[in-house]
Structures are given as C-alpha cells and as structure tokens.
Design a protein around this ligand. Structure first.
Ligand SMILES: [Zn+2]
Length: 268
C-alpha cells in the first residue's frame, strides 16, 4: 500500500515536472515541439513500467490473481521447487493436514528432483509451469519464452503423465509475449494475491504473521519451497511456519483449494 502511494506520488510529480519542462523548452528557440511531449513520455514510461513489473496488471492481457469472494476459498501456491529436502517435508505436512496445493515448478529443478515431481502429482496436487531457468522474461524474445515454457511442460508431462495448465512468470514480470506464449502452450497465466517474502528468511513468526494478516477470502498465497534454481536453498522457515498457517486458515473457515479449483469456482 505504501509502495503504491509512493509510486502514485512519484508519477504525479514526474508529470508536473515534465509539464513545466515542456512549457519552458517550448519557449526557448529550440522548442519546436508541443508542451505535451514530456508529460506524455513520462506517462508512457509509467504505464510500461507498471505493465512489466506489476504482476496483476491487465495491460498485457487478463491475469488470474485472486478468486471470487464469497466462496471462502484460499489457494496456497509453492514456487521455485522442487527443492529437497524441503519439498518432501511440505508434502508430508499437506498430507497430514489433508490439504491440496499448487506447485509452480522450475524445469531445471524438476530434472534434479524427478521423484518429488512424481510425488506432487501422485498426491493430487496441481502442477504449474514456472519456466525452466527462472530468468527474467521481459528481456527475452517470444521464441525464447516459448522454449522455456515448452521444455518445462514436456519434462513435467514425461515424469507425471500430466501437462501443466497453469503458468506463472518468474517474479510475475511479463512483456507483451509472455501471456500469449503461455496460452499457446495451453497454460493460463496466473499471479498471486499475497506474497510474504519468505525467501528473505525473515523468521518463522514473521512469515506466519505476514500470512495471517493478509489472508482474505479468495486469496492466492505465494510461498516458496525453493529459491530460483539454487540447489538446496534453505526453505526451513517456511516449512516450520506451514502447519500454523494451514491450521489458522482452516480455523477462519476457509477451504484450501488448488488454483484450478479456485478458477472453477470463480467461473460458476
Ligand atoms: Zn519464482
């Protein structure tokens, strides 16, 4: 929220400053263009930045980032796995609590831990594609983006017999081709409602507090069982926070569902 206010203030001041600059330049002998030139330039840059960096931005196409309220549903999503031993510990917890979740996996990590991918599928969780390398997509060409997605879906399908139908861009950063290539590969682009910065390892209590403070009806929660393609990245804080998070979400009367189940509910 604070970030959004700061961004709005920055954009408005940039517009005012550029308008003033536009008027000044126009009155010099060099100024042959309109006073609107600078403000329009700043505005376009602002919209482009928003489109690329804001995960929920509809500029490059509609994206699913929250469920419909009124259905008491929450979806937990795990990104950047599989990553052992943490993915297996998470699967143990989900099994014990009788909960299904969604895993947005990196192809490179699936190659490293094929057994974990098979277990995720076998235990009824949803499989999502999170690219092969976790590289920044806005800097990539349509062909490179398509390659990242296809290679990952191919491997997941080979391991589990199931092809992912959901795609999440690394960091939620997109360009005009990301959503298009994901859809061509048969995946719906998905973002998230609430991120709790668990990869910064802020402590178990902080992860629990941030999560429980932000959980709402229709929330898609983003947490991580890995960190990029780092092998064995320490996700132990999230693992320790998870049982409390699940218990408290249930206590508040929410049903824990997969992302596809949440989409289904939103459509009905
Ligand atoms: Zn990620």
């Amino acid at each position: 929220m604070v970030l959004k206010i700061l961004a709005a203030i920055t954009l408005v001041s940039a517009l005012v400053a550029s308008a003033a600059a536009g008027i000044l330049v126009r009155t010099t002998p060099y100024g042959s263009f309109s006073a609107w030139f600078f403000p329009l330039l700043v505005l376009s840059a602002g919209i482009l930045t928003f489109a690329v960096l804001e995960r929920r931005s509809p500029v490059f196409g509609k994206i699913f980032w929250k469920g419909e309220p009124g259905r008491n549903r929450v979806a937990i999503t795990f990104d950047d796995g599989p990553n052992e031993p943490f993915t297996s510990r998470i699967l143990d917890i989900l099994k014990e609590k009788g909960v299904r979740a969604t895993f947005f996996m990196l192809g490179q990590n699936c190659e490293r831990y094929p057994g974990a991918v098979r277990r995720i599928a076998a235990e009824g969780h949803e499989l999502g594609n999170h690219t092969w390398t976790h590289r920044v997509l806005p800097l990539k060409s349509p062909a490179a983006i398509a390659g990242e997605i296809a290679r990952t879906s191919d491997l997941i399908e080979r391991l589990t017999g199931r092809r992912p139908t959901l795609f999440r861009a690394p960091h939620g950063w997109r360009n005009p081709w990301v959503d298009r290539e994901a859809r061509r590969a048969g995946c719906i682009p998905v973002a998230w409602t609430l991120g709790v910065w668990d990869t910064d390892r802020p402590g178990v209590e902080v992860i629990v507090r941030r999560t429980l403070r932000g959980i709402r009806d229709g929330c898609i929660l983003l947490v991580h069982d890995g960190r990029g393609v780092e092998d064995g990245a320490d996700s132990s804080q999230l693992v320790r926070a998870l049982p409390t998070i699940i218990d408290e979400i249930k206590r508040r009367g929410f049903h824990l569902v997969t992302v596809s189940e949440m989409m289904e509910a939103a459509r009905r």
